[in-house]
Design a protein around this ligand. Structure first.
Ligand SMILES: *Cc1c(COP(=O)(O)O)cnc(C)c1O
Length: 387
């Protein structure tokens, strides 16, 4: 492909679609259609026959995402969980998938309560420890599924190290790249076979849509996911595909600002006497900080923290004003959530305790508001929470 650009910031704006051949429209039209007229039996006009199988607006998004993640092909789904479900549909009864200790609660839930119906097995492994990972590589393992930094403790896993273990044993590496986006981290370049996204988060960026993306790095996987996408049907609608493309155009400028704010807020929280623990891979002292800087552009914009025993986290959540108490992340607005009762409620309590998702853990998705306004709001909410 000949392109008029070299860098990600331009690819975000120009990737996947170049002006509509009919009108010159600089944006992809919303092809709000379920079906396509055929000239004769088997004679398609533009290669499309039914929108579950393919739709030009969705196709523009899919080729944009394949380009950004440097994959062979991409597939757009109705939600991140529909994308995850499509990927998990690659596996059969008795296959085993290794997952990181902290992954998105919904990923755990679909494995533990849906894929267990067809006897797909999974084990939770500390993927930051390559010896633990190698020890878990039994003959039934077919894939390793990781997030880095992972949800909600921002645990950093060395993606290249995991991919090299996976290659040694002939299994595939799946990386949920939702927290980083291709602007900050490109797992396929680090050896991953499949990249997953909840497009609902940073890619869309405005908390106004749900979407999921699968990117694959081989033709064989592309064929399988295309089959599963069409067969199971959880596709993204044309209007949402358009909105997601529109969101991605500003991903670079948004991420730069998200990260600038997050770095300032992490330093503020780190110094704060009310803060007992802080998890942010952009801090020098954080677990995996050097691996993070090796494999990603910076620490991203998700921060988790705990207040000391002199503060009541419930009061903190009820006192935030600019920062909104809500599920989700990655939008322009700052959000806080309570992982143990919200995003990770699907994890059994013993598992939450074991991996450090305490009842007092607060997860903050740093938005792109003025950073002093965010700090001021956190400050007043922390003061209010004091016993
Ligand atoms: C939100 C999220 C998902 C699920 O995506 P939905 O669009 O909500 O279905 C998967 N992985 C991560 C890391 C997420 O944050």
């Amino acid at each position: 492909m000949t392109q008029n650009y070299q860098n990600m910031a331009s690819a975000l704006i120009h990737g996947g679609f170049s002006n509509d051949p009919w009108t010159g429209s600089v944006n992809v039209p919303i092809y709000q259609t379920s079906t396509y007229a055929q000239r004769g039996l088997g004679e398609l006009v533009g290669g499309y026959e039914y929108s579950r199988t393919g739709n030009p607006t969705r196709a523009a998004l899919e080729s944009l995402m394949a380009e950004l993640e440097e994959g062979v092909a991409a597939f757009a789904f109705a939600t991140g969980m529909a994308a995850t479900t499509a990927v998990l549909s690659l596996f059969h009864a008795k296959d085993r998938i290794l997952i990181s200790q902290n992954v998105y609660g919904g990923t755990y839930r679909v494995l533990a309560n849906v894929f267990d119906h067809i006897d797909v097995q999974f084990s939770i492994v500390d993927t930051t420890d390559s010896r633990a990972l190698e020890n878990a590589m039994t003959a039934d393992v077919k894939a390793i599924l990781i997030e880095s930094p992972a949800n909600p403790l921002l645990t950093v896993t060395d993606i290249a190290a995991v991919a090299s273990v996976a290659k040694k044993y002939g299994v595939i590496t799946i990386v949920d790249n939702t927290f980083m986006t291709p602007y900050l981290q490109q797992p396929i370049r680090l050896g991953a076979d499949i990249v997953l996204h909840s497009g609902t988060k940073y890619l869309g960026g405005h908390s106004d849509l749900l979407a999921g993306i699968v990117v694959v790095n081989s033709h064989a996987l592309a064929e399988k996911i295309a089959f599963i996408q069409n067969a199971t049907g959880g596709v993204l609608q044309p209007f949402d595909a358009f909105l997601l493309i529109r969101g991605i155009k500003t991903l670079g400028v948004r991420m730069d600002r998200h990260v600038e704010n997050a770095e300032a807020i992490a330093r503020y929280l780190q110094r704060h006497p009310a803060v007992k623990k802080i998890y942010y891979p952009g801090l020098e002292e954080a677990q995996g900080h050097h691996i993070q800087l090796k494999q990603a552009r910076n620490g991203g914009a998700m921060i988790s923290f705990e207040l000391t025993e002199h503060y009541d986290y419930r009061k903190f959540f009820s006192a935030v004003r600019l920062v909104t108490l809500a599920e989700s992340l990655g939008g322009v607005e700052s959000l806080v959530c309570h992982p143990s009762t919200m995003t990770h409620a699907a994890f059994p309590k013993e598992l939450r305790d074991k991996i450090g998702i305490t009842d007092g853990l607060i997860r903050l998705s740093v938005g792109i508001e003025d950073k002093q306004d965010i700090v001021d709001d956190l400050e007043q909410a922390i003061s209010f929470a004091e016993f």
